[in-house]
Design a protein around this ligand. Structure first.
Ligand code: FPP
Length: 231
């Protein structure tokens, strides 16, 4: 029996195209995406996966039309307030990665609430990347290192990870839905040895069955971490 990945990451792409295909407004696709994330995350944690990181909003997404940005921000506020009980009950700790600056006070308040309410949970971690950019994360880590006057010469690749927004294990399996083959500045350092998978499915349709298929593909991969193949 092959081991499951410990840390799974998903770039939840294709909400807009999912809606367009159904002649619905783009924002409806985001709503469906958020509902899918709720269900899918519980399913993923039921498989024993310890950490799930998801790309909710990139630093660059602020350049989208303001009605879409506002819709997404309102959706975050609504969902964090309405879903924290469920995450709490299921013993899942919710954390955030990203810059707090530029986020509305009500968004920050909802983020802080769900973080606080779930902070002692121990079964698994849901890492929501919001106003997140991988390059900024590296810059912010460097700032912390300089501020703490950390001895830079002895810094190891593993130690650098402790300075990121969240101290999480490296990503084992990274999925980007909707048939786009890019990482788009998402957890670049943490994905150094991740297995990558790019299904065609739009995120709102990336359900439990799709995840089973993905996991099966992961189990057939041969992870070598730079070493030679063992027979
Ligand atoms: C990319 O699809 C998706 C986003 C920018 C937003 C992702 C957000 C969610 C799935 C909701 C998460 C909700 C909570 C409560 C955490 P796109 O809009 O770029 O799709 P397109 O490429 O088809 O246009």
């Amino acid at each position: 029996m092959k081991e499951n990945p410990k840390h799974v990451a998903i770039i939840m792409d294709g909400n807009g195209r999912w809606a367009k295909k159904r002649m619905l407004p783009r924002n409806y696709g985001h709503k469906q995406g958020s509902e899918n994330l709720r269900k899918l995350s519980f399913y993923i944690f039921d498989q024993g996966i310890e950490v799930l990181s998801v790309f909710c909003f990139s630093t660059e997404n602020f350049s989208r039309p303001s009605d879409e940005v506002n819709y997404l921000m309102n959706l975050f506020v609504e969902k964090f307030h309405s879903e924290f009980e469920e995450y709490k009950k299921k013993n899942i700790k919710v954390v955030f990665s990203g810059r707090r600056e530029n986020l509305r006070p009500d968004v920050l308040e909802a983020m802080d609430k769900i973080t606080e309410e779930t902070k002692n949970n121990t079964r698994a971690i849901l890492n929501l990347c919001l106003n997140y950019g991988g390059q900024y994360e590296l810059i912010d880590a460097m700032k912390k290192i300089i501020k703490e006057k950390k001895e830079i010469d002895s810094l190891t690749p593993e130690e650098l990870m402790h300075y990121f927004y969240q101290d999480l294990p490296p990503i084992d399996f990274l999925i980007r839905t909707s048939g786009e083959y890019r990482l788009s500045n998402f957890m670049l350092y943490q994905s150094s040895y991740a297995e990558l998978y790019f299904p065609e499915t739009y995120f709102p349709d990336f359900d439990e069955r799709e995840f089973d298929k993905a996991l099966d593909i992961y189990h057939h991969r041969d992870r070598r971490f730079g070493s030679i193949k063992e027979k």
